[in-house]
Ligand binder design. Structure first.
Ligand code: 5GP
Length: 121
């Protein structure tokens, strides 16, 4: 799948659409999800044009991957969810339920989150 530079997160990265920013480094931007599913629900996105986790892990440089995942851990600690814990979600592709085609992870926490996957689908 080719990267669509008009996706909503690309527009946020370019500053064309506002976001409630939590953190930024050279390789990542973190901001609150517009429709939170938990008391804490923050998205972390890489700054490069990667469609999904599949694309990111295949094509990003080592520096981008390290910079991104260091940011994810940092943000979770700064949000205060690292202890007692949180869920990291990377919906990937059609069956993974990914809606925005720019790689992102969700950091969800702030309450017990129950089972990993809804068996009902
Ligand atoms: P996905 O289903 O692709 O893993 O998750 C996309 C997430 O992006 C959803 O949780 C949705 O609420 C969030 N989202 C969609 N549009 C916007 C937006 O314009 N701003 C922010 N902050 N979040 C968005």
């Amino acid at each position: 799948m080719a990267y669509d530079s008009e996706n909503i997160f690309a527009k946020i990265l370019r500053g064309e659409i506002p976001c409630n920013k939590v953190y930024e480094n050279q390789h990542a931007l973190a901001f609150h999800d517009i429709n939170p599913q938990a008391p804490t629900h923050v998205l972390v996105i890489p700054k490069g044009p990667y469609v999904s986790n599949d694309d990111f892990t295949a094509s990003a440089t080592d520096a981008e991957i390290v910079g991104f995942f260091r940011a994810v851990g940092h943000v979770a600690r700064e949000l205060g969810v690292a202890d007692p814990g949180y869920r990291l979600i990377a919906n990937t592709g059609i069956e993974g339920g990914q809606e925005v085609p720019h790689f992102h992870v969700h950091i969800c926490g702030g309450r017990p989150l129950g089972r990993m996957i809804n068996p009902a689908g």
